[in-house]
Design a protein around this ligand. Structure first.
Ligand code: AMP
Length: 282
């Protein structure tokens, strides 16, 4: 696997592959890779002859007071693991390569509706930061397909909407969440948890599972169910940010007889955990 740091180098390699008739799949990440990220790379391999992965801790998607400075950076180990799972090219740009005029005055991509509420309410500007960097990365790499995790479900919908609205010629693939054996969704931020917090962290998955089971069983008193799940999180020692039952296709308010999703976010020590479960045939 080759590692490059410049836009010119990425374009040069991808152009060469295209000339040889090869398809290109792309997996954008912020690094500190775990089995969830590696599953995206393995999925990407199924869609294309060549796989490009980026590692860029995008400052634009972090709010003031968030964990930009503390975000774990483990590029050497990440590159080793990516080579093992068969990535062809790692794009590891410096901030000035991505934001040459500085990050304050960059042209931004705002995705309406689906960016609002849930994580968008707790993290103002976050999804504009995500959409902007993903738009740039898609223009830099120009892949045939790009693979994202359903763990960040709202982010996946933001990207799908942006790709449709702005006509990016790319297929967006979403992959189910990869979990630890006790159900906790894998996340780079799980490394912030103390041993004692780590033992409590699966409560988020557990409460979402209970909530999903109640909805599947036919309960329609959704606000009461959300309150019960939030109380369950609090009694497990987590500080709920939101617990919500929504429509799966656009995250609008839940309705009977459409596919639904339960989503939750909670603070545990320094970590803000997020997770979700799809409810088919609700
Ligand atoms: P991040 O490095 O956190 O920006 O994530 C990069 C990509 O990996 C995003 O598409 C995430 O949704 C995806 N991802 C993160 N954690 C998981 C997981 N546990 N399972 C599947 N995909 C994940």
């Amino acid at each position: 696997m080759e590692t490059v740091t410049t836009i010119d180098a990425i374009r040069d390699r991808v152009t060469g592959w295209r000339r040889a008739g090869q398809r290109v799949a792309f997996v954008p990440t912020m690094g500190n890779l775990h089995a969830g990220h590696l599953a995206l790379v393995t999925e990407a391999r199924r869609h294309a002859e060549r796989v490009v992965v980026s590692i860029f801790v995008n400052p634009l998607q972090f709010g003031a007071g968030e964990d930009l400075a503390a975000y774990p950076r483990t590029e050497d180990e990440d590159a080793r693991r990516l080579a093992e799972v068969g990535a062809d090219l790692l794009f590891l740009p410096q901030e000035r390569e991505v934001y040459p005029h500085g990050r304050e005055c960059i042209t931004r991509v705002e995705v309406p509706e689906v960016s609002e509420g849930l994580c968008g309410a707790s993290r103002p500007g976050h999804f504009a930061g995500v959409a902007t960097v993903v738009a740039k990365l898609l223009n830099i790499v120009a892949p045939d397909c790009a693979v994202f995790g359903q763990k960040d479900y709202q982010q996946l919908l933001v990207i799908r909407r942006m790709v449709r609205d702005l006509d990016f010629p790319v297929t967006v693939v979403g992959l189910p969440t990869i979990r630890e054996p006790d159900g906790l969704a894998m996340s780079s931020r799980n490394g912030y948890l103390s041993r004692e917090e780590r033992a409590r962290a699966p409560a988020l998955y557990r409460e979402l599972g209970r909530l999903a089971a109640a909805v599947r069983a036919g309960r329609r008193d959704w606000p009461a169910l959300e309150r019960e799940a939030a109380a369950g999180l609090a009694s497990a020692g987590l500080r709920p940010d939101y617990i919500s039952i929504r429509r799966a296709d656009d995250l609008g308010p839940a309705l009977p007889d459409v596919p639904l999703i339960v989503l939750g976010s909670a603070w545990l020590g320094r970590a803000r955990l997020i997770d979700n479960l799809l409810i088919e045939n609700s």
